[in-house]
Design a protein around this ligand. Structure first.
Ligand SMILES: [Zn+2]
Length: 123
């Protein structure tokens, strides 16, 4: 991948990271502020809290992905599949800038993970 394009990606990722950190901060504030010790199960506030906690987990995972991508750029292996070492399809990076694997490897890893999960559930 050309250096100029990587620089554009890096800027995009840095902006995304700032937005994610902002979201995390707001969610954390919200979660800290709305603790009602008398809340019952089925309380709408409690449901909202569960939802935001789940959201926070998703956003934190996203942040981790963005950090991984930024580290890869720093190390100079951004856009290179970490599993097979082949270049990742630029169209894929367009959709998933934090992709660290090519589509083939991603599918393979997911297939293995699914198989392992199934085996675990059978036990
Ligand atoms: Zn690969």
């Amino acid at each position: 991948m050309q250096t100029g394009k990587i620089e554009v990606e890096r800027e995009k990722l840095v902006a995304e990271r700032a937005a994610i950190l902002d979201d995390i901060e707001h969610l954390r504030e919200w979660l800290q502020g709305e603790v009602d010790p008398d809340a019952d199960e089925g309380d709408p506030d409690l449901a909202e809290r569960e939802k935001n906690l789940a959201l926070l987990t998703i956003i934190e995972r996203k942040l981790e992905s963005v950090n991984i991508a930024l580290r890869a750029i720093e190390k100079g292996n951004y856009g290179i599949c970490e599993r097979c070492g082949q270049p990742i399809d630029p169209a894929r990076l367009e959709v998933r800038p934090d992709a660290t694997m090519c589509l083939d490897c991603q599918r393979e890893v997911e297939r293995i993970a699914k198989k392992a999960a199934l085996r675990y559930m059978e036990e």
